[in-house]
Design a protein around this ligand. Structure first.
Ligand SMILES: *Cc1c(COP(=O)(O)O)cnc(C)c1O
Length: 370
């Protein structure tokens, strides 16, 4: 992957060296340069660098003045951080189910999760696929609620011509190393076109301080490191190409999986939507057998995610016995992420696809024989 590219490593080491020589490790010109570049690249007015994707979400919710007990609609099918941030900001997550085909929230599932205490909605562009925002934005408008897009898996994806992150009140990004744009450690950012939100996040990420030792609000230590900013500034220049490579690999994988009888490949994004394939997730009713079969052939796979958030130990206490998100529960039993990365070759794609295609679970054979 990109971290095995010796030229890139040399370039990033030099960028880090330049930061070390200035001695400005928090804030300073490296952070400001990355923020300007990321705002321009995101086609947003403002970008504020923060310490992680979880902190980006938490600070965005605080900047939007979430009050204790306010409810925020989040997908049951996401990484846990989406719901954690609501909790950390003093709110209560309300879990929305997802569409089985796209694995994303829709206006219908968001509507079904609504209560009179809902103050905001966090659509997640999960696995890199863009959520259909327009219907959700209409609901938000009707309810007087805000929208924060969780773009942690969808850097650079477009929806109806606009970059993700600019479709609601704010958009949040994680630069955890494994993301489509990854730092050399933890990092994140918020983008927004709202000056008031940008201003509050800038204060909140550094103890509400302005000027020095004058604290205007209770903030935190949530700044972006200068070393990470320098790495990200360089890697950002390659992101468009990496995303294009991921789309190419995904389309090759999808073609090669046409004959696979026991797995369902992820559908193409379709205009005006987009997919930057942070993950390539197939579904199988015999998922665990499929993974064992792949492992025997030396192919690593993963599960995103084995437990839907609303049924996790951390959040299950909030739910009644009836499953509020049965599709998310089903997907947790069937999802299997196949290998995908920008430098994946056609030969590697074929090796993965062949292993998937010759998967023949006993239960399916039994059905065929009956
Ligand atoms: C990675 C991720 C986060 C959290 O980002 P961190 O940088 O790990 O805190 C939030 N939401 C989603 C959907 C993610 O994939």
């Amino acid at each position: 992957m990109d971290n095995h590219d010796p030229e890139l490593i040399a370039e990033l080491m030099e960028a880090i060296g330049a930061v070390a020589r200035t001695g400005a490790f928090t804030g300073g010109s490296a952070v400001e340069r990355f923020e300007r570049a990321f705002a321009a690249w995101s086609e947003a007015e403002y970008a504020i660098g923060v310490s992680s994707g979880t902190e980006a979400l938490t600070l965005a919710l605080r900047a939007l003045e979430l009050k204790p007990g306010d409810e925020v609609i989040v997908p049951a099918n996401s990484f846990v951080a989406t719901a954690e941030a609501v909790w950390l900001a003093g709110g209560v997550p309300r879990f929305a189910d997802v569409d089985a085909n796209t694995q994303l929230v829709t206006a219908q599932t968001v509507q079904a999760a609504h209560t009179g205490r809902v103050r905001g909605i966090i659509p997640v562009h999960l696995f890199g696929r863009t959520v259909e925002i327009s219907g959700i934005a209409e609901l938000a408008h009707k309810w007087g609620a805000w929208i924060v897009e969780d773009c942690a898996q969808a850097h650079g994806a477009r929806c109806g011509g606009c970059r993700v992150g600019t479709l609601g009140d704010a958009g949040t990004f994680s630069f955890y190393p494994a993301k489509n744009l990854g730092a050399w450690g933890d990092a994140g950012a918020v983008v927004t076109n709202r000056e008031d939100v940008a201003e509050r996040i800038r204060l909140l990420r550094s103890h509400g301080e302005s000027p020095r030792y004058h604290h205007r609000m209770v903030g935190t230590t949530g700044r972006l490191d200068a070393v990470q900013a320098a790495v990200l500034e360089r890697k950002l220049l390659r992101l468009e190409q990496w995303n294009a490579d991921r789309r190419r690999v995904a389309s090759q994988l999808r073609d090669a999986l046409r004959e696979a009888e026991h797995v369902l490949a992820p559908p193409d994004a379709g205009d005006p939507f987009d997919h930057v394939y942070h993950q390539f997730v197939v579904r199988s009713s015999e998922r665990d057998l499929l993974r064992a079969h792949l492992e025997q052939r030396g192919i690593a796979s993963a599960i995103h995610y084995p437990v839907p958030i609303h049924r996790s130990e951390a959040f299950s206490a909030q739910n009644s016995t009836a499953d509020v998100a049965p599709i998310a529960t089903l997907l947790a039993e069937q999802n299997c992420s196949l290998p995908i990365f920008p430098t994946m070759t056609q030969a590697q794609v074929e090796r993965v696809a062949e292993a998937v295609c010759d998967f023949a679970p006993a239960s399916a054979l039994k059905r065929a024989a009956a």
